[in-house]
Design a binder for this molecule. Structure first.
Ligand code: DQA
Length: 150
C-alpha cells in the first residue's frame, strides 16, 4: 500500500497575529482556524499534514532542512516578510528539492513595490496571492493531487 502523502505548511513571521493584524490585508481568520480547516481537508484525503509558524528565520531554515530529512512530499509556504528578504530560506528549499507552492493572503503585486519581489517564486511550482485564507485550501487541494513525477 502507498504511504500517506506528507505535506508541510510553513508560515513565516507575524502570521501568528492573523485575526487581529491589518485585517484589510489579511482578513479576520486566525492562523489556528486556517490550520484546523487544512487539517480537516488533509484528513479527509488520508494525508499527513504538519504545520509550523515561526518568527525566526533560523528556525524556518532548520524546519525546511528537517522536511528534507523526513522526506516530506510537498510544502505550502507563506514566507511572509521573509518572502522579500530571505536568501537563506530560498537556499534551504532549493537544497531539499521538495516541490512547493508559495501562498500570500494579500496580492503582493498590488501593494508596495518592495513586496513585488519574491526570493521564492521562480523555484515554486506556483504561487497563489490575494485570495485570502482560501489560498491555503486551494494550495492544499493542489498538493494532494500533485504526484512525485509531476
Ligand atoms: C504576506 C505578504 C508579505 O508582504 C507580508 O510581509 C506578510 C504577509 C501575505 O500573506 O500577504 O507578512 O506574505
Amino acid at each position: 500500500m502507498a504511504t500517506a502523502k506528507h505535506i508541510l505548511v510553513i508560515n513565516g513571521p507575524n502570521l501568528n497575529l492573523l485575526g487581529t493584524r491589518e485585517r484589510e490585508h489579511y482578513g479576520s481568520d486566525t492562523l489556528a482556524a486556517i490550520e484546523a480547516r487544512l487539517a480537516e481537508q488533509a484528513g479527509r484525503a488520508g494525508a499527513r499534514l504538519d504545520t509550523v509558524q515561526s518568527n525566526s528565520e533560523a528556525e524556518l531554515v532548520e524546519r525546511i532542512q528537517q522536511a528534507g530529512r523526513d522526506k516530506v512530499d510537498f510544502i505550502i509556504i507563506n514566507p511572509a516578510a521573509y518572502t522579500h528578504t530571505s536568501v537563506a530560506m530560498r537556499d534551504a528549499l532549493a537544497a531539499v528539492g521538495i516541490p512547493f507552492v508559495e501562498v500570500h493572503l494579500s496580492n503582493i503585486f498590488a501593494r508596495e513595490a518592495f513586496r513585488h519581489q519574491s526570493y521564492f517564486t521562480d523555484l515554486a511550482v506556483g504561487i497563489i496571492s490575494g485570495l485570502g485564507a482560501r489560498g491555503y485550501e486551494l494550495a492544499l487541494a493542489f498538493a494532494l493531487q500533485h504526484s512525485k513525477q509531476s
